[in-house]
Design a protein. Structure first.
Length: 318
């Protein structure tokens, strides 16, 4: 009887388990990755060769080479980006990564309503992850960029991953004046994640991006209160963005499957920094610095997979 019970348990494990997959997830606000052409209906004239920033082919190629260097060295399975102008710019980054180290990334960049024409985007390793539904931009009140939502499968483990790539409203008019827009984004995001959680058993959620607030400010407090199942992974350094002598931790990765204690790490290679130890920017106002970005990349190492149960539930409309 005991042997039969053990054999039955063994069969159950074989049928319901899946191999675990290591996963490196990263986010990088790339600071105005524009091409050199005017886009109809977009306020991008300053990033053309004739305008004040003198954004010509040489500067564009330097930018692409810098971003590809970060992507190649970071070697993330999923690399979410903010401030990418178009699928063509994203393809140029992916192509340059391939030239550097042979790694094959595919990309997703959708047109959002941003008046300047900068959008959230995703680079993913084709051998690790595959989208299983068309990506979409989720509209957000008071935020033209919206949220890029990508649903896909982690190929080794078979898990379905729900990715939400964010770039919340900046503080261009001051923190208090723009706070309401970021709180609205938190509420919208919580609504969508809650919808998925009601319709799928044990969904794997990744929420990441430049949220333009610190952990103790209202939008982040609201988000964590509305989504207590998500883990805000603690940052390993003082901040991701340096402004007026202060480091600010604006860039986040939340998950519901990586242990909470897993650190969100800064990618702080010397080539990303000035001699003073701050991010080497592409521009400081109108002045061309020739650097990488005004933000530092962040990344999270974890595992996905293990036991899972089948579900026939379908998602409600997002």
């Amino acid at each position: 009887m005991t042997n039969r019970l053990l054999y039955t348990l063994f069969l159950f494990i074989l049928m319901t388990s899946c191999p675990a997959q290591s996963l490196r997830i990263a986010f990088y606000n790339v600071e105005n990755a524009f091409d050199t052409l005017r886009s109809p209906g977009k306020d991008d004239a300053e990033f053309t060769p004739q305008e004040k920033k003198r954004w010509d082919t040489r500067r564009y190629r330097t930018k692409i080479d810098h971003l590809a260097q970060v992507a190649a060295d970071l070697s993330a399975d999923l690399l979410a980006l903010a401030e990418v102008e178009s699928p063509e710019v994203l393809a140029d980054i992916a192509q340059r990564v391939r030239e550097k180290n042979g790694e094959g990334y595919l990309g997703i960049c959708l047109e959002s309503g941003d008046r300047r024409g900068i959008h959230p985007a995703l680079l993913y390793r084709r051998e690790v992850f595959s989208p299983t539904a068309p990506a979409k931009i989720l509209p957000v009140p008071h935020n033209e960029r919206g949220i890029l939502y990508v649903k896909g499968a982690v190929l080794a483990s078979g898990d379905t991953l729900h990715l939400f790539i964010n770039h919340w409203t900046s503080r261009y008019m001051g923190q208090k004046a723009t706070e309401g827009a970021r709180i609205a984004a938190a509420q919208r995001l919580a609504q969508v994640v809650d919808s998925i959680s009601r319709c799928a058993e044990s969904p794997r959620i990744v929420l990441l991006g430049d949220l333009n607030d610190t952990p103790d400010e209202k939008s982040i407090v609201r988000l964590t209160a509305l989504l207590p199942e998500l883990r805000m992974h603690p940052l390993s350094g003082p901040g991701t963005y340096y402004y007026r002598g202060e480091w600010l931790p604006f860039d986040y990765i939340f998950t519901n499957f990586v242990p909470k204690a897993a650190l969100l790490r800064l990618w702080t290679k010397p080539y990303l920094l000035t001699p003073e130890g701050t991010p080497w920017r592409t521009f400081s106002g109108p002045i061309y610095r020739g650097g990488y970005s005004d933000h530092l990349p962040v990344y999270l190492d974890g595992w996905i997979g293990g036991f899972r149960r089948k579900t026939n539930k379908t998602h409600q409309s997002l």
